[in-house]
Design a protein around this ligand. Structure first.
Ligand code: L34
Length: 284
């Protein structure tokens, strides 16, 4: 029997745990603070940011969303970030991606104080992850962290497993490969130029699909009994579908995450967890 991993329920459980922790911070005299900057009117981004705001409020995190039109200049955006870096009530700063084409994403992400970088995208934080340093004060990307947390809470062992990650983005593929490696998986990182992808994926005990192409991983690319984590969120004819051909993969997998209701809600929950970590680091 294939177990469907209920990311939505697990994320709810994590939020409930964090809510209890926040009480402690409040008693100390200051609640955690998260500011999200949303540029433009991308409807998916609006949805995700709304989820982030809602989760923060539910947990008791002081949350603020700064909305700007896509006419904002890079200079103005950098000034906003500088103000937030200096604001002691703000523990976490997140600039929702994608940004409009006239803004240099790298410059913007590097302007965020690494100690407030709850997305874990700043090169200081990715550098710490990739070199296995400073675990207590580094920030790791929320989607990769959410994947690890799903595996751990399902009691799925990572150590010694053959993990195959499909997709090499800075947001998911690369960081999740490092998190798995750190937990002693043997990791293969595949991408668009990988030769005979199916041969690689069919060897995976743990298959992570993060390519951003609807149903790219066919059912017959999955090994019998494998754990399949589908990170994709693709809109096809108004419906959300993952990077994995769900029914075919489910027939073979031991565990599988659905889309929606799998990794997505975990990204939000782990962002909240990172915000509490930032508050812990910053003190009252
Ligand atoms: N800076 N930009 C920054 N940080 C991030 O961590 C993100 N991301 C990605 C896009 N840009 C970002 C997100 O927040 C993707 N992402 C994200 C977050 C949550 C969900 C999906 C993507 C989510 O909650 N998905 C739900 C369904 C959503 C819906 O109904 O549209 C799910 O169940 O999968």
């Amino acid at each position: 029997m294939t177990k469907i991993i209920d990311g939505k329920a697990i994320a709810g459980q994590i939020r409930a745990e964090l809510k209890k922790e926040v009480t402690h911070f409040k008693e100390e005299g200051r609640e955690p603070g998260l500011t999200v900057i949303l540029v433009g009117d991308n409807s998916a981004s609006q949805t995700y940011v709304k989820f982030k705001e809602r989760a923060a409020t539910e947990i008791g995190i002081r949350s603020e969303v700064i909305k700007k039109t896509d006419e904002i200049s890079q200079e103005e955006l950098l000034q906003i970030i500088a103000g937030l870096n200096a604001d002691r009530k703000v523990d976490g700063i997140l600039v929702q991606l994608p940004l409009p084409a006239h803004i240099d994403q790298k410059v913007v992400l590097e302007a965020i104080d690494p100690a407030k970088d709850v997305d874990g995208f700043h090169p200081i934080n990715t550098g710490r992850l990739f070199s296995g340093q400073d675990q207590e004060r580094r920030f790791e990307a929320c989607t990769p962290l959410g994947i690890i947390e799903l595996l751990e809470r399902e009691g799925i062992e990572i150590k010694g497993k053959k993990a195959v990650v499909v997709g090499r983005s800075n947001i998911v593929g690369k960081p999740v490969a490092h998190l798995l490696l750190e937990r002693h998986a043997t990791v293969t990182l595949c991408h668009s130029r990988t030769k005979d992808l199916a041969r690689e994926t069919r060897q995976a005990d743990l298959l992570i699909a993060a390519v951003g192409r609807a149903q790219f991983i066919a059912g017959d690319m999955v090994k019998e009994g494998a754990v399949v984590i589908d990170v994709g969120i693709n809109r096809v004819d108004g419906k959300l579908v993952g990077d994995v051909e769900y029914e075919g993969a489910k027939a073979r997998a031991g565990y599988i995450t659905p889309v929606p209701g799998g990794v997505g809600p975990m990204t939000i929950a782990l962002l909240m967890k990172n915000t509490l970590k930032a508050r812990k680091i910053h003190g009252v």
